[in-house]
Design a protein around this ligand. Structure first.
Ligand code: ZN
Length: 204
């Protein structure tokens, strides 16, 4: 663990939808210690850390009541929109609230937020992304990071897919790598992590 070094000009972005919430990603709780480990390393290095959260109006367009794909979730100023107690926010973390506009999807942490500006102000050149869901918010955020000219790294041992259709997570990961994102992990083998991230049992 002592060899893990956070590269210069790197930021960590964390997302979450945990079991117990209205829109849980199965198995996401397994990511908690890994996410906390990345956060601790970034905190110790003084590298910027951003926690993004859905912060939806009660009539957000992504909710089923409005014809969207999801149950109502992460309504602003309700407990469901809070960060889980098991992932304590470090003192230097910035919070990015997204999906705040009724008719904007808001999967990406860059969509309708000041995130790109904040990263520029800090001189960030590389964004490491952890959290859920790989096939929605992690995907959209990572693609937008690349569009912003940042290097993007998917922390494969700290993301997990919804896999609404089997293989969604694998396809998202391939799409991100094709777009230029790198895949990285600390402390878990690539193979094991990849299987975790995409909900598949490890091959034997
Ligand atoms: Zn949402």
């Amino acid at each position: 663990m002592s060899t893990q070094r956070v590269p210069d000009h790197t930021a960590l972005l964390v997302r979450d939808f945990l079991p117990g919430g209205t829109l849980p990603v199965p198995g996401a709780e397994a990511l908690i210690p890994r996410i906390n480990h990345y956060v601790a390393q970034f905190e110790n290095s003084g590298a910027p850390i951003y926690f993004s959260r859905d912060w939806h109006p009660a009539d957000h367009g992504s909710f089923r009541a409005r014809g969207g794909p999801w149950p109502a979730h992460c309504v602003a100023d309700t407990p469901g929109a809070g960060f889980p107690a098991l992932i304590p926010l470090p003192g230097n973390a910035s919070i990015i609230s997204k999906g705040t506009q009724r008719d904007r999807e808001g999967y990406s942490a860059f969509d309708g937020t000041k995130f790109a500006e904040l990263l520029r102000q800090r001189g960030v050149q590389e964004l490491w992304v952890a959290g859920v869901a790989l096939d929605y918010c992690v995907r959209a955020t990572t693609l937008d990071a690349l569009k912003q000219g940042l290097r993007a790294v998917v922390l494969i041992d700290a993301v997990r897919a919804v896999d609404a259709a089997p293989g969604d997570g694998e396809r998202a990961l391939q799409e991100l790598m094709d777009a230029g994102a790198r895949v990285h992990s600390w402390g878990h083998s690539q193979h094991e992590s990849r299987s975790h991230a995409t909900g598949r049992a490890p091959a034997r």
